[in-house]
Design a binder for this molecule. Sequence first.
Ligand code: SAM
Ligand code: SF4
Length: 332
Amino acid sequence: MSTLSSSDILQFLSGRRDSELFAQADAEKTRVFGRDIFLRGIVEFSNHCRNRCQYCGLRAPNTELTRYRISRDDILLATRSIADMGLGTVVLQSGDDFHFSAEEIGGIIRQIKAERDIAVTLSLGDRSREEFALWRDCGADRYLLKIETTALDLFRRCRPGARFDERLRRIESLQELGYEVGSGIITGLPGMTHTILAQDILQLSKMGLDMIAAGPFVPHPQTPFANEAPGDVDESNRVTALLRLLNPGTNIPATSALDALRPGSRIAALKMGCNVVMPSFTPQSVRAAYNIYPGKNMIPSPALQIVESVRSAISELGLVPSTSQGFSRRNA
Ligand code: SAM
Ligand code: SF4
């Protein structure tokens, strides 16, 4: 792992050394993962959320959003098509929705594992250690829980009612339970500075994470941050490139927020240190309602077509869309 000081990071974040930074990040990713790009099929099974994150379109006070939950059968159907299309991981994501009991979610995980040889990643928000333990026993492999920023004031401003120390404790619990654990940040949140970003990058790199996601802030019109400036795609790319240099074997996705701000930039990020893409397998009837931010899930095509076009875009870059489960190489 390379070491970078806070002042090195600030220099790279200034954008004055972009070609050197992106070439190094791409080389580091290739050294560890070769030309493979891991595909994960994501099923966004509920857009209900009890929280009020100031940036997110799913926040509870957003009464303009049409809410949905898909059934257990539809989750299983989507998962089967992910496996049948040769993707090695299903990601089950939702708002912080406590409608499904821990046992119901556990039953879904068990059923997926009984039917298919596929890795299961969960991204269900702030749940208890007991729930995490149950789902791990049922066969869940990974959990994603982003800290969003390490700057306490900014965290409090963005996530009213949430506690940063609890988020960190949950990440530690997940690690103790044997999950592969992912976290990450939103770049360009209102009030975020390069100093904060440098601190975020250094802290994330000390946490022993198997996955790190950093995507730009996209303002949503039905949130308190509607009129804030969007994050910057180039800045987000610098952040993921720096994370790659500091975390060579960690899985780093090219986020869909990139495409929401600059179409094509998600695939382009695969040449700047990212090694994962997560096409949506949420049923077409509700996909657009998983409206975290404008531009999210706006491709109206069937999942098969989306995957085919992602695969050919990856191949056009000289990379290989992998069918493997794509575990972390952090300890490799
Ligand atoms: N509810 C769970 C949670 O918050 O961990 C999982 C779902 S949540 C929609 C997934 C991620 O979306 C969050 O971790 C956050 O980083 C991202 N997100 C939400 N609103 C966003 C926005 N306006 N711009 C960029 N990313 C956003
Ligand atoms: Fe809910 Fe997650 Fe959106 Fe926050 S980021 S409002 S917890 S869905």
